[in-house]
Design a protein around this ligand. Structure first.
Ligand code: ADP
Length: 606
């Protein structure tokens, strides 16, 4: 089924309006479906434990009455009561264990599915959604759902059973006493539900503020180096502090409301019990005057215990209501994300038997979805022929990296086409063609695993292939100086390596793919001379026999390029070889001269 989607990846109807999705209890319950056998077992256990709880008050009453008659009867009744409780305890142990287990299985599955959906979203999705928020969805929202589909559902069933069962038994014991109780219960419960909604809203506000704080903290922590560099600690603490203050001020309201709620519900519940106590006391008094009338003290005891059970179940049910509402909110967010179809789709792409390095832009227009008001590529036409080395140059912000992103199909153009090997990029299988294109960026991102696993990130490789790639990229030697060699862990984002080392590993990671096309973003930041030489040598070696598109900063690169394309404000200002462009006396020459006078870049050996 093909869904029509809008720019946010939401399904839309025939009028182009987003299809409103209701949080559905049915879908929530369907999450628990695969655990049906376990949950059935848990329900059986629940019947047992609820049953024991149901009959226990009856035996309490019997104990009271037996105590007034016969020691033997007292002993046997107490023993029965004890057995009932032991049976109940075993059942509730099984119930709790299995429900929790089932819940954990549900949430584990949910998290996997959700993450798999998240990781397949198009790059633009991550431009607009903060990492912390997405991670929150994975951790806390799923937790809320786990509780909802298991323990909350089981509590709901338990309390309903308890209320209905107790009420039935109470009716059998004494109908008029039950009538008195039933007259007050609806009033109490209605009030509780209404108030519960109010508390729930406060709790939601509190949660939202807390999530904001979490996102703020995540941002600072993940950028600790930048924070340190600019002595931004105080600023971070202040930002986080102000978020926490906001959540605290919501928390204060919540605390007061929750307190008032607990107090009021408790008071009302006890009010109902006192009413039963008074009316029941009256019946016991009548019985003491005339044995054919009223009820025995034992029966009143049973009745009071039932009343307590019903009241407690009601109070807990009302708190469950809040949990369920919270779960519905969480489920809406989770299902939205889980159902989101990536705008740059991966489905039904074609795999070509052979790929040459031909890249072409035909009248390409592009705007970043996160900044819809600023066009970035404006009607671009460019051709890269197989085996060419094409250098992109131009002022920063002109659109060079964007061109590279479009070749990787991180984004789709608004109009026009990007062609790879003569075929429209959007008709090709992205997993396949990304195997054929490798990218080495200025500041390569490594993963927090071993050097070996970083080099073999893009494909399953033998130790020999890994070593060969490392040798090609001038990385082998420094890797061997490490005590653990290729098994050395590089730390989060590769922090344990120097800039030049990281780059050489990134080159090895690209080379092991044996790419047809190499995308390079030359470092602007100066490496030390030795390191720079090794990196450059590795890059030169990597470029051999490949089609290369390089965002160039160095004179030697542009001078040796088959073609230099000057990109300015999203358009091609000039193109040709270095010598042609210099002779032309245009933008390129001015650019080169400006670089020279500014001294910012390496166009310094002209
Ligand atoms: P260059 O590589 O030539 O320095 P870029 O392609 O990085 O230029 O940027 C071109 C324009 O696109 C700039 O104005 C930049 O601010 C904007 N831009 C780059 N990346 C994004 C993004 N992920 N979201 C929104 N705007 C972006």
């Amino acid at each position: 089924v093909l869904h029509r989607l809008n720019d946010d990846g939401q399904e839309i109807d025939s009028d182009g309006k987003p299809v409103k999705k209701k949080p559905s209890l049915k879908r929530l319950a369907s999450l628990a479906k695969p655990e049906f056998p376990m949950i059935s077992l848990a329900c059986l256990a629940m019947l047992g434990s609820s049953g024991s709880q149901m009959v226990a008050p009856l035996f309490f009453g019997k104990v009271v009455d037996a105590a007034q008659k016969d020691m033997g009867e007292l002993n046997s009744t107490v023993l029965t009561l004890l057995l009932i409780y032991i049976g109940g305890a075993i059942c509730s142990m099984v119930r709790s264990w299995i429900f929790t287990l089932a819940g954990q299985r549900v949430v584990a599955r949910l998290r996997k599915n959700l993450f798999s959906s998240v990781i397949q979203q198009e790059v633009a999705f991550f431009d607009t959604n903060r990492t912390g928020e997405i991670c929150n969805r994975l951790s806390s929202d799923t937790q809320v759902l786990q509780n909802a589909v298991t323990s909350n559902m089981s509590m709901l069933a338990r309390y309903l059973l308890q209320i209905i069962g107790s009420l039935v038994l109470m009716f059998v014991l004494n109908a008029s006493l039950t009538g008195v109780l039933l007259a007050v219960v609806p009033i109490v419960s209605l009030g509780a539900v209404q108030y519960g909604r109010f508390v729930k809203k406060l709790r939601q506000n509190f949660q939202d503020r807390l999530a904001d704080a979490g996102t703020t903290a995540e941002e600072s922590i993940s950028s600790i180096r930048t924070v340190r560099m600019f002595s931004g600690e105080t600023k971070s603490v202040k930002l986080y502090g102000s978020d926490i203050d906001k959540s605290y001020s919501e928390g204060k309201k919540l605390a007061a409301a929750q307190g008032a709620f607990d107090g009021t519900v408790g008071m009302l519940a006890y009010g109902a019990i006192i009413l039963v106590l008074w009316y029941g006391g009256k019946l016991v008094y009548e019985n003491s005057q005339d044995k054919t009338k009223g009820i025995t003290p034992g029966l009143l005891t049973s009745f009071l215990l039932y009343t307590l059970q019903v009241a407690m179940a009601f109070a807990l049910l009302s708190s469950l209501y809040g949990d369920f509402m919270q779960a519905l909110g969480a489920s809406l967010r989770i299902f939205d994300l889980m159902d989101r179809k990536p705008l740059v789709s991966n489905e039904n792409g074609e795999i070509l038997p052979l790929l040459d390095g031909h890249v072409e832009f035909k009248n390409v227009f592009f705007t970043y979805p996160s900044r819809p008001e600023t066009p970035v590529i404006k009607g671009m036409n460019l051709t890269v022929n197989p085996g060419q080395v094409v250098a992109l140059v131009g002022p920063s912000g002109g659109g060079k990296s964007t061109i590279v992103s479009l070749i990787e199909r991180f984004y789709d153009p608004d109009s026009g086409t990007v062609l790879l090997g003569g075929r429209e990029l959007s008709t090709l299988d992205p997993h396949w063609f990304r195997q054929k294109i490798s990218m080495v960026s200025q500041e390569p991102t490594l993963f927090a695993c071993s050097i070996k696993d970083n080099i073999a990130y893009g494909k399953v490789a033998t130790d020999q292939e890994i070593e060969e790639a490392a040798k090609q990229s001038n990385a082998h030697e420094f890797i061997m100086t490490f005590e653990n060699g290729y098994e050395t862990l590089v730390g989060e984002r590769g922090v344990r390596l120097s800039g030049g080392q990281k780059q050489r590993i990134a080159i090895a990671r690209a080379l092991i793919m044996d790419p047809v096309i190499l995308l390079l973003d030359e470092a602007t930041s100066a490496l030390d001379a030795e390191s720079e030489h090794l990196v450059q040598e590795a890059i030169d070696r990597a470029m051999k026999g490949r089609t290369v598109i390089v965002i160039a900063h160095r004179l030697s690169t542009v001078r040796n390029a088959s073609k230099v394309i000057v990109i300015e404000k999203g358009e091609i200002a000039e193109q040709g070889t270095h010598d042609e462009l210099l002779a032309h006396n245009g933008v390129y020459k001015r650019l080169v001269l400006r670089q020279l006078t500014a001294g910012g870049m390496n166009f310094d050996q002209l």
